[in-house]
Ligand binder design. Structure first.
Ligand SMILES: [Zn+2]
Ligand SMILES: [Zn+2]
Length: 254
């Protein structure tokens, strides 16, 4: 059984075939999904959807792309949502120096805000990091947050070691199945067993066999199979390991 630790099932991409998507996920052995909010609207949607589906758990946060519009009203709503018992984590938040849709100063400020909230509420921080590892590490060290995950981890061994040293987990997505990503694959092979997770980040980043198409939770199995192969273990072992890690990090009841 697998846990998809990062899915955006609330977007329109899934409107047409939502129940078929869920059925395929179940058939592929995906037993639980973390629905990760990216702004006020989707954080509220994640909470609403989780109330209807016991296999979903919601998170609340504002993505670095939207950091420029992260105003007082948005902060108040995200804080209120994160305080709810069923909301497992703070985020996603982080730094995206690649697309830079929001100015860097606004991203840094919003990320530090989420990190402080995560520490205050003792709930893990879901970090989106694109071309910004050193800056993310600085914010994490400065705010003292010690629990969370680098979602869709795309760094190499140096970045993996630093993230682990700071107390964070590494979540591997379909990107790890792309044969050209040799540094990422080496980092995935070497990462400490107790710190690895798997995710789809659907509808984005499908694994190798589905590149160019919409990603969905059932395809998590392909990513898990690839990760198992890289680490010299079986799919069953990898699934048990990453699910136990996800349950511990997000304090999911077993
Ligand atoms: Zn992200
Ligand atoms: Zn995401």
């Amino acid at each position: 059984m697998l846990i998809d630790t990062h899915a955006h099932l609330f977007w329109r991409d899934f409107e047409g075939d939502f129940s078929a998507v869920l059925e395929r996920a179940r058939a592929a052995g995906v037993e639980h999904l973390v629905l990760v909010g990216t702004d006020v609207r989707t954080s509220l949607q994640a909470v609403e959807m989780a109330a209807l589906h016991p296999e979903f758990s919601p998170t609340a946060g504002v993505h670095p792309h939207d950091a420029a519009s992260f105003d007082e009203a948005a902060r108040a709503t995200i804080r209120e949502l994160c305080q709810r018992e069923q909301v497992l984590a703070v985020g996603e938040s982080g730094l995206d120096w690649f697309k830079e849709y929001s100015p860097r100063a606004a991203q840094l400020e919003a990320f530090a805000w989420h990190a402080r909230l995560s520490k205050e509420l003792d709930k893990p921080l879901i970090v989106h990091c694109r071309d910004a590892f050193d800056a993310c590490f600085e914010v994490i060290a400065a705010t003292g947050v010690q629990r969370g995950v680098f979602h869709c981890f795309t760094g190499g061994q140096r970045e993996a070691e630093r993230a682990v040293e700071l107390g964070f987990h590494l979540s591997f997505s379909g990107v790890v199945t792309y044969p050209k990503n040799t540094e990422l694959r080496a980092a995935a092979a070497a990462a400490p067993a107790e710190r690895i997770l798997v995710e789809t980040d659907c509808p984005f980043l499908p694994p190798q066999s589905a590149r160019g198409r919409r990603n969905e939770p059932a395809l998590l199995r392909e990513t898990a199979e690839c990760l198992a192969q890289l680490r010299g273990s079986t799919l069953a072992e990898l699934a048990a390991l990453t699910s136990a890690n996800a349950r511990a990090l997000f304090r999911l009841p077993s």
